[in-house]
Write a protein that binds this ligand. Structure first.
Ligand SMILES: NC(=O)c1ccc[n+]([C@@H]2O[C@H](COP(=O)([O-])OP(=O)(O)OC[C@H]3O[C@@H](n4cnc5c(N)ncnc54)[C@H](OP(=O)(O)O)[C@@H]3O)[C@@H](O)[C@H]2O)c1
Length: 239
């Protein structure tokens, strides 16, 4: 086994798992799924074990940021040479505005910084942050989520050039609407996509040099247009 460890933070995430699977390459390989304990997390671990990866799970709760990052890095310290990190943490359901900001923003920004530092020290590797179109066009109905995403997204974009000098590739992914449990029950808008299609866009983007990829690609233009329209002419769910 020559390839280093792959890490998915948000180990139960549908988009995160699709991206991880697309990027993993053939087994055997060490994989760490980090997240809060859940059936989805165990199921994802089993799926990967069944096809030959060596999978461990690590505790990560974004509401407790600093200590959780230390715990996660300590888990990786044991015997893992990290070379791929996918960060797919996000929630629109936080009970308070503060929690929404911390889980989607501060915790993820600190985590991204810590992982970029870890990869940079090794002089190689990739970090993929699953951000959101909402990072560029915040919406009133999901204000804490949007503002959090802005912080996490900007952190990764700002760190990318320095990381590149250290041999580390940072990719920021901005999906629009993706059909997952996060969007279950919501009406599918035009340009809705799937986790597998997002994963395919990520794999393609990693072959190029851009720091940001939108999923699907026309989302970039759609967001640019929407930003120039006054809120009052838009339907409530787009404001
Ligand atoms: N679906 C979309 O339309 C869409 C669009 C744009 C961007 N995104 C982003 O894509 C990423 C993946 O989302 P998804 O669609 O795959 O939904 P998902 O399956 O619900 O994934 C969200 C992930 O975030 C984790 N998470 C939430 N709160 C957390 C906390 N306090 N501590 C630790 N982990 C926490 C969840 O873990 P638990 O299982 O423990 O809750 C889960 O692993 C997220 O960053 C999301 O914001 C999604």
């Amino acid at each position: 086994m020559t390839t280093g460890t792959a890490l998915l933070v948000g180990g139960s995430s549908e988009i995160g798992m699709a991206v991880l699977v697309e990027l993993l390459g053939p087994p055997p390989r060490r994989v760490v799924l980090a997240g809060r304990p859940s059936g989805e997390l165990w199921r994802n671990a089993e799926l990967l074990r069944d096809v030959g990866y060596y999978v461990t799970t690590a505790q990560y709760d974004a509401t407790l940021q600093a200590e959780e990052i230390d715990g996660l890095l300590a888990h990786l310290n044991a015997d893992h040479q990290l070379d791929l990190a996918v960060v797919a943490v996000g929630s629109m359901d936080e009970e308070s505005f503060t929690d929404g900001l911390v889980v989607n923003g501060l915790a993820v920004a600190l985590l991204v910084r810590a992982l970029v530092q870890r990869l940079s020290a090794a002089g190689c590797g990739k970090l993929v942050l699953i951000s959101s179109a909402a990072a560029v066009r915040p919406r009133q109905s999901i204000a804490a989520y949007s503002l959090g995403k802005q912080l996490a997204d900007s952190t990764a974009v700002l760190l990318a050039p320095q990381a590149a000098k250290a041999g580390v590739r940072v990719l920021v992914v901005r999906p629009g609407f993706v059909a997952t449990r996060m969007t279950e029950g919501l009406q599918k808008p035009p340009l809705a996509t799937t986790p597998e299609k997002v994963a395919w866009r990520v794999a393609l983007a990693l072959r190029g040099r851009r720091t940001v990829v939108w999923a699907p690609a026309p989302m970039a233009l759609a967001v640019r247009v929407l930003r120039h329209l006054p809120a009052r002419v838009l339907p409530a769910q787009l404001r």
